[in-house]
Ligand binder design. Structure first.
Ligand code: HEC
Length: 173
């Protein structure tokens, strides 16, 4: 009988590798992930899995932290990047033609002040006569996280008065 020998070898090889891959996926890769999670490994903050970090339990969100900055950067990409740009340069897709132009958050030069209280207030009130609207519909925590994020990327970081900030945070909407 005549058959294509190399074809048969390729077929057998691919069956073998599919099977080996299946075994790997079922018995090795998932077990590795589970084992890692069981060890209580800390999730990295700056990649896509960071969404799994629960920030909702943070008691004093007005105090900046790596976790809140990372959370702020995600909120920023959703609500702010369209105007202020992915990296804060004021060059978002929706920025063209806006007057006044969205602030370049890296260079800053704030109208309303760059300290945390002012920036938080800007997020609550918006800036009249501009497309910078109020973001009071975001949660308090999201707004604080945004303030921490913007202050982490700007070159125009205005010093906070910590006592004042603490007082402000007690009553801030
Ligand atoms: C629709 C476009 C738009 C969106 C979306 C937007 N902004 Fe703005 N933003 C502006 C414009 C325009 C200005 C400048 C207003 C001005 O100069 O009067 C501004 C100004 C600012 C300023 C500068 C305030 C100051 O004192 O100078 C900050 C900080 C800021 N935005 C943060 C944010 C954050 C954080 C978000 C996301 C929650 C956001 N913006 C979403 C358009 C936008």
């Amino acid at each position: 009988m005549n058959y294509n020998k190399s074809g048969l070898i390729i077929l057998l090889a691919s069956v073998f590798f599919s099977f080996a891959w299946f075994i790997y996926l079922v018995f090795f890769s998932t077990h590795m992930e589970l084992a890692e999670l069981e060890q209580g490994s800390v999730l990295p903050v700056n990649d896509s899995t960071a969404g799994a970090v629960d920030v909702s339990q943070i008691k004093d969100p007005w105090i900046s932290s790596e976790v809140l900055i990372a959370h702020g950067s995600r909120v920023y990409q959703t609500y702010c990047a369209s105007c202020h740009g992915k990296t804060g340069l004021g060059d978002g897709l929706a920025a063209a033609g806006l007057k006044p132009a969205p602030r370049n958050l890296i260079t800053g030069e704030w109208k309303k002040g760059g300290d945390s209280i002012s920036m938080y207030t800007t997020l609550v009130q918006g800036i009249e006569g501009s497309s910078m609207v109020s973001f009071s519909y975001l949660s308090k925590l999201d707004r604080w996280a945004l303030v921490h994020y913007v202050r982490s990327i700007t070159k125009d970081k205005v010093e906070d008065n910590i006592e004042k900030l603490k007082e402000f945070a007690k009553t801030a909407k």
